[in-house]
Design a protein around this ligand. Sequence first.
Ligand code: CA
Length: 236
Amino acid sequence: MDKILIIEDEPGLQLALKDRLTEEGYDVEIEGNGLRGEKIALESRFDLLILDVMLPDRDGFQICRNLRDKGITLPILMLTARNTAIDTVLGLQFGADDYLGKPFDFPVLLARIAALLRRSRQHNSHGSDRIRILFSEYTLDREARILTGREGNVDLSNRLYGLLEFFILRHDQILSRKIILNEVWGYGSDISSRTVDVHVAWLREKLKEQKHPRHLITLRGKGYKFILNPENQGER
Ligand code: CA
């Protein structure tokens, strides 16, 4: 689960961000004070920082610069009402990775977050995986973290996307619920394997195969298998 730290002092926005990002499957921590936020960012490991500019005690630009000076490399998305070109330049100069002006649309924020996380993961891994994977009428774009079908983009939560990508990257292998839980929800998560079944059902619905699964096959007593090209599998 990706951990996101949000340093933002506006209570309404704090609540909205926390709710929406948690819903998307992120592990969210919020701090409203600049000085304390910087301390948290230095002391704990996060995958992404969402950083407001106008904050009590210490402004976002300063925090950004201090973190970079101390060698903290996590992706930083700056969020602010000050949305002039000069502020953008300043933010990026101080080491921010992206910049979003308030008010913003949540889908835009979510797409930016996903892109930043994807980029940082690619940077940290070998980067040899394919970006686009085609199956049936679908295209999975792993950079944009988007699934596209005949009727356009398929609306997937962050968790469902992660599950689908996991299945696709391990297509045609038998995957037990335990492996899926460990890899998608994280080791040591105390979630029941029933959660996997529920998410698989949702994913089948998104792929319009809840009645007759073509791709996401249940193997009784074993788990699941994702078949990339059902046409080549012959009769099941
Ligand atoms: Ca503020």
